[in-house]
Design a protein around this ligand. Sequence first.
Ligand code: ADP
Length: 874
Amino acid sequence: MHGALNHGLTPVQGGAALRLLLDYLVPGSTQALEGTPAQWAGQSLDLNFLCEGQQVLHTRGWVQPQGDGWLLQLIDISDLQHSRQQARLRGQYNQLLSSIGQQLRQCASARLPAVMLETLQQVAGYWRVPSVALALRADIPLGWRLHSAYHAFDTPQLWKPGQTLGAALDGLNPCAPIHVSPDSVSADNRWLTSLFGHADGVLVPFRDLHGASAWLLLGFYAVSPGESVTSDSEWLHLCATIAGPLQDRLREQHYEQQRERMEALQGLLGTGWWEWLQPSRQMQLAPQLSASLLPALESVSLSREAWLALFHPADRDEISSGFTALLEQGTPLLLCARVYQPQRTEPAQWYRIQGQVLGKGAERRIVGFMLDVSDIKNQQLQAAAAQARLANVIASSPAVIYVQRYVEGALVPEFFSDSLQPLLGLRLEDCAGSALIERIHPDDREHYLERTRQLLREGSARGRYRVRDQRGDYHWLLDEAKLLRDDLGLPVEAVGLWLDVTEATEVAERVRHSEERYRILVEDSPAMICRYLPDLTLTFGNRPLANYLECAPEQLPGINLTSWLSPQQHEAFLQRLASLSPELPVSTAEISLQLPGREHAWWVWSDRGVFDAQGQLLEVQAVARDNTEVRRSQQQLTHGAKMATLGEMATGLAHEINQPLNVMRMAIVNVLKRLSNGDVNIDYLQEKLTRIDAQIQRAARIVDHMRVFGRRSEIEQQLFNPAQSLEGTLALMGEGLRGKGVEIRSEGLNCSVHVRGHTDQLEQVLINLLVNARDALLSKCETDRGFKPWIALSSERAGNCVRLWVQDNGGGIDPRLLERIFEPFFTTKPVGVGTGLGLSVSYGIIDNMGGRLSVSNTEHGARFCVELPVVDEG
Ligand code: ADP
């Protein structure tokens, strides 16, 4: 072994004095030495020797015979080997970079964050860096932000994506990688070591047109510049390979989003840009604009004439001259124009067209935009039309709209609608300054001033006052005003409306006067006047009514009439109300009232119902007259007549009572006679006493009945069977008449119906009729000796009525007197005998019972008929 080698090489196996070549070789590079040297001759041998310090010596050589041995000649090829290694690494490195660049450029946008993370992972794996992150310049907030970060699984999380780093990175030199080490901390970059977690690290910049735009952060990574297998320029290249495409992609995304937003915005607004291309003299339109203006047009650029033709002929001149001014003088273009749509019936489509010159000289461009303002424009037109219509309506109506400006606490007329002239014959000047207040009626001025004060105080006011017109006539004006305030709440102006209500006010005034007259009429009327609801609650009563009831008129409303009526009266009252109808709204009746602490009152009561459109009774207006006095005298009359009848009956009654007395006397005489003879038999005595008892009962009945008959009648009518009255009459009169030789014929008297009234009064009527018949018969008897007088009583049911007949054979009534016999005080009897009241009172009684008393002559004599309505008992 050549001397130099002898020292440099170390044998693999130690111990033996004589060493084999193989002992020096790195295990694994011995294949070339299999066999004998003769077999290797002519071949090139690559042998790796182990040197001191575990270094490997790469050699290449050959054997050649020398003497009896072989000379192995080797050349050191370590350099060659090293550069080959380097080339291989570079190849891998380039491949890595190109795959990274390719992935970042080609991946889908949505995958970009994931691809970035993979990229950082690849970097971490390739260079054995525990933490890798990429920081990009952020727009908001200004400074830097980590786009993505990767950590080997057992490494502390130094960074996280989205983390902001502030603006400190701006202070670093972006020309070369920066090595961060906790050992060499300067005050300036203490933040840097804390960013790297107080461990070693490297910061690799990326620069573009605008300076540093990205930093690649390698954490927990210590390489001294000399030892690094990766040169600074390679680091820069790596960072550029990652950050360059990433930023392109991000910018591209950003522009894409912006473009989409712009397009959406333009679509929503119905707007779009246009540009006049000077060299080609063509107008270019934004795609959505041309789509909406020219659905059929394929190209988006058109000539100036074609562009003008898009608009309504009426607007073309204006557009054309504005456009020329823009082209030639650079005057900005701004106008509104309609799109030409000859077939269209809907409201016109309006565009606002704006244009301006950008840049100068060769870069001069003419651009602008068109904005769809149809909504606003059409609204404007509609509003203008509505305003015109309103102005027209106001001008031809009896209303004036006015504005009064607020000036230092006063309201000064500033505007009147055109209707002021036709209404009052005035113009604004006629109402300026203090002229308006002078035109207001002197009596209403205070009212007007108060209206102004209220308007300023409360923000609105309403009033009615008179204003003098041009001719000097006053108009009643209804004034409605509102105060408008500015943002600070200070009054600006009052807007109001005058409505001419002269006619209505005068009518109302007349109505008020006439109401007043009627009110006085009602109040001062001697009749009692009231209004009440269908449930009989009083809503109004005049003074006479209140006086009668001994209270004030104000106390009347709320009182219910029911409290003054007996149940029968109440029922009859309601029945009467129910019979009212819109066709027959009036009814009159005599009602009896039970006023507390007073005797019965009789009122003649007239009702008039007030109905609504559906025929429903709303209220009743009633007029009442006190009839109590009349009633009372009537009653007295009836009673007087009754007493007279009783007087007349006295003879008959005497006879009537005399009869049983005679019978009793005879019986007693007979009994006494027998007693004196001692011939008294108990049976005989019993028979006589029974007869006496019967006669006593008969007399008692007559007396009883007379007592009942002589009483005053009840106030309320009762239901009774008229047969009762017939029986009572016969009980009183029968015997007396028979005693005078008058035959009583009574038949069919057992009718079982009910009538309403008083039994005693009907009885009185029947007695009157019997007495009159008796008188007629007796006077006939005086002249005609053989005359056989009779009185016939009968009854019959006829429909809803019952008829009682009293007939005699006394010759009847002189037909000339027939009409007069019911008159009061009419009599044909001698003075002191007849009163002439019997028939007239009877007539009144039957009338009161709702019936009728009538008379006719038969061949024998007079025939009286009492007809009474039958009351259904159901
Ligand atoms: P007065 O009996 O007191 O005369 P009335 O009113 O009862 O009063 O009768 C009036 C008149 O009618 C009688 O005076 C009589 O002339 C006539 N009159 C009444 N009833 C009869 C009768 N049944 N027959 C004939 N005349 C009669």
